[in-house]
Design a protein around this ligand. Structure first.
Ligand SMILES: [Zn+2]
Length: 213
């Protein structure tokens, strides 16, 4: 059955139950996703960033200890098919099932946002926002390629696919390819290509509601 109907627990249909299941299942699903193959096989460098299994594992541990939060959002403005990662509150936001119905695509979005979390977790590295996004899109592309999943059309993901397809484990994305992708990112996200990345380290303190709700 399609997500979220294959989740444990029996929702009674109340909004409270749905929110509870969504939050906890997303959290567990993200931990499993980051700890398992093929996410652990992702290994590349781009600019100051090293995106690899150890980093994804560190994100999974930070989610386990509630230092990074994973939340379902009813609406993420302007981001219909994507989630978001908020550096300031160390929180991954994922659109609800009404916006993402395909499990593989949901996981690809979780991988994308987890790259932002991985970069944030390592603290400021002097990278640009377009580099941070480029790394996240390449990881998304690598994840989709490992399933032969047809990538949804879009200029940034198209450009990331061209880089990810021949990328071998342990490789560094060459400067020319990096700049091409960053330019596509900057144009489509309406940001400056050199705008600094806002990753500021993970300082979220676990909340009482993390354990009770
Ligand atoms: Zn992103």
């Amino acid at each position: 059955m399609a997500w979220p109907l294959d989740l444990p627990g029996t929702p009674t249909g109340s909004r409270h139950d749905f929110q509870w299941i969504l939050r906890h299942s997303l959290r567990h699903r993200t931990i499993r996703l980051l700890s398992g193959m093929p996410v652990q096989a992702i290994d590349f460098r781009l600019g100051p960033y090293h995106i690899d299994g150890a980093g994804f594992h560190a994100v999974a541990m930070a989610i386990t200890t509630y230092h990074i939060s994973v939340q379902g959002k009813d609406n993420i403005p302007g981001r219909e098919a994507w989630g978001a990662y908020a550096d300031q509150i160390d929180t991954i936001g994922i659109p609800t099932v009404t916006q993402i119905s395909d499990p593989t695509w949901l996981e690809a979005v979780l991988v994308h946002e987890s790259v932002h979390a991985l970069i944030d977790l390592k603290g400021p590295r002097g990278g640009a926002r377009s580099q941070n996004e480029a790394a996240a899109y390449i990881a998304t592309a690598l994840y989709l390629l490992s399933f032969d999943f047809p990538a949804p059309e879009g200029p940034i993901l198209d450009a990331a696919m061209k880089i990810a397809d021949p990328l071998k484990a342990g490789m560094t994305v060459d400067k020319a390819s990096e700049m091409r992708l960053r330019t596509v990112v900057a144009t489509n996200m309406d940001i400056d290509v050199d705008e600094p990345s806002s990753d500021d380290g993970v300082r979220r303190q676990p909340q009482v509601t993390d354990f009770l709700s």
